[in-house]
Design a protein around this ligand. Structure first.
Ligand code: DGY
Length: 322
């Protein structure tokens, strides 16, 4: 039977075709911007499924607006902090995400940011573009080496592991990591050390954040944590902006408490143009493009569609989070 699906933004057509092929009615918010709260409330009305993005807050109000027939919410992302999971579970609404298929793409961005931040690409590109580059400078744009430096992975999940493999085997970096439990693969393959966060922050040269955003990880890295880091350390975040206390980050970068930061995520997104992070030459910012490759985005669309099709036919989701 045909069901109504609200799609919060245009996604790769491969996923939409899978849904349409089953005769379902797709109600798609046109984009390119996310639906406003009012548009979301109106759009989901009467829907059996919602295909949401990380920029759409899906909470009790939205579930109420959809109505009691809402069966499934498929997030077009691996992270799902935008969804009130407890509320969805309480109502028996299945929630799914798109794990694995964006691991490599996101790990590549973390590695790119590590190089870009450690070698001050931001300052260099700014100088090229604004006339600040006058000559070859023996003392200019001096960065940090990666070769043999220590890598701290905060949250050794799939993406953390992929970053660690790239930097361990590519740049010979010894790896420290935090995780609730030891990861046998990291221990055996990378000879990685499972440590407490404080030790990781104090000993690592590159610190890359890969924990999900939740009440335990919000502002996990703030002023006390920056005080533990080396003045040469480089902080990379490809997870969620809220995991880092951004005001404390501005202080740490502007006072050179740490050397540099490379961020694919920030708070809010996009960051207002007058935000101090934009003024800092030791901070490099990307517009949340960790998963932005054709392969990853098509696979995310396919996984989200599979979750919706399973949920609509009352089957377990292939990629569930509740
Ligand atoms: C995710 O999937 O959670 C990413 O942040 C978006 O690519």
């Amino acid at each position: 039977m045909s069901k109504k699906i609200f799609v919060c933004r245009p996604i790769p057509v491969v996923g939409l075709e899978m849904l349409a092929a089953q005769g379902h009615q797709l109600v798609a918010h046109p984009g390119p911007l996310p639906p406003t709260r009012d548009e979301l409330i109106k759009g989901v009305h009467g829907c059996d499924a919602i295909l949401s993005l990380l920029s759409d807050r899906i909470d009790a109000q939205i579930m109420d607006a959809a109505g009691p027939q809402l069966k499934v919410i498929a997030n077009f992302a691996v992270g799902f902090n935008n969804i009130d999971l407890a509320e969805a579970s309480r109502r028996g609404i299945r929630v799914g995400n798109t794990p694995d298929v964006l691991t490599d793409a996101t790990a590549d961005i973390a590695v790119g940011l590590s190089l870009a931040a450690a070698r001050l690409f931001g300052a260099g590109i700014a100088a090229v573009n604004n006339g600040g580059w006058k000559t070859w400078e023996p003392l200019g744009w001096i960065g940090q080496d990666l070769q043999g430096k220590s890598l701290g992975i905060v949250g050794m999940g799939r993406i953390g592991m992929a970053v660690a493999q790239r930097l361990h085997f590519g740049w010979n970096m010894p790896v420290l990591y935090t995780a609730r439990d030891r990861k046998p693969e990291a221990d055996s393959l990378l000879k990685a050390l499972h440590v407490e966060l404080d030790q990781l922050l104090a000993e690592s040269d590159i610190i890359s954040v890969h924990v999900p955003l939740n009440d335990q990880t919000r502002n996990l890295i703030g002023e006390p944590q920056f005080r533990l880091m080396k003045p040469t350390s480089v902080l990379i975040n490809t997870a969620r902006g809220e995991i880092i206390d951004q005001d404390a980050l501005v202080d740490a970068l502007s006072s050179r408490r740490i050397f540099a930061a490379g961020l694919d995520v920030c708070t809010p997104e996009p960051l207002p143009l007058d935000h101090p992070l934009h003024q800092l030459e030791n901070c490099i910012l990307l517009p949340h493009i960790g998963s932005a490759t054709t392969l990853a985005r098509n696979a995310m669309a396919t996984r989200a569609a599979k979750n919706i099709l399973a949920g609509l036919s009352e089957k377990p989701l292939p990629f569930p989070v509740n």
